[in-house]
Design a protein around this ligand. Structure first.
Ligand SMILES: [Zn+2]
Ligand SMILES: [Zn+2]
Length: 214
């Protein structure tokens, strides 16, 4: 599986184009906005987008979902149903953060822990990782040792938990019990900032490192 990161919105959210080299089929993960930049990247690689995948429904991740889905005529998979209230509140989020007005949407498929999503011939595991939002999911492609973790984990930090239904301990548990066990060598694309590996975070991230929690 190949990938290309496209930072979008004033929050520089790492929208990611992923695709299957065998079939040229692609998915756009977290199209927060700046659809023209996303479209330019799709054109640059000449891939055929077959779906939109969402890690969670904060506006910088999901704000462009309705527009891109209509433009490309593709279905929306994710996040977990726990983020329904965030999807319903997208209009309010857009006002709060000064984003262009966005339309809400209904995912064609809600995702649960243990589900599998496909992109061409590639399969990604779905891990439900609540804490930053209650319906946050992570996508894991085992063959590439690559995870798309949204705002669960960052290089040197973790997601905010001061939003409605955020939960700090739940977030730590998601990271320690679901992400880090995938293996030290697994690379991840966070929702913001540079990529890292679970091993690097296990060793150096003060929020989840072995030394702090022994
Ligand atoms: Zn978020
Ligand atoms: Zn974000």
């Amino acid at each position: 599986m190949k990938y290309s990161i496209i930072p979008v919105t004033p929050f520089q959210q790492n929208c990611t184009l992923i695709w299957c080299e065998e079939t040229n089929k692609a998915a756009v993960v977290d199209p927060g906005g700046d659809l023209d930049r996303i479209q330019a990247r799709i054109d640059e690689f000449g891939v055929e987008v077959e779906k939109i995948l969402l890690t969670h429904a904060h506006i910088d991740h999901a704000g462009g979902t309705h527009a891109l889905s209509s433009r490309l005529g593709v279905p929306i998979e994710g996040p977990h149903r726990g983020d329904l209230f965030w999807i319903e509140g997208l209009d309010k989020q857009s006002q709060m953060f000064g984003f262009p007005k966005v339309e809400s949407f209904t995912p064609d498929r809600w995702l649960d822990d243990g589900d599998v999503v496909t992109v061409g011939n590639q399969s990604l595991q779905v891990l439900h990782c609540p804490g930053h939002t209650p319906g946050h999911v992570v996508f894991y492609h085992q063959q590439s040792a690559l995870a798309l973790v949204g705002d669960v984990l960052f290089h040197g930090s973790i997601g905010r938990t001061d939003f409605p239904q955020g939960n700090h301990q739940q977030l730590i548990d998601s990271i320690r019990n679901k992400l880090l066990p995938l293996g030290d060598d697994v690379a991840f694309i966070p929702g913001h900032g540079p990529m890292s590996t679970f091993g690097d975070e296990r060793r150096n991230n003060p929020f989840v490192s072995d030394t702090r929690y022994g």
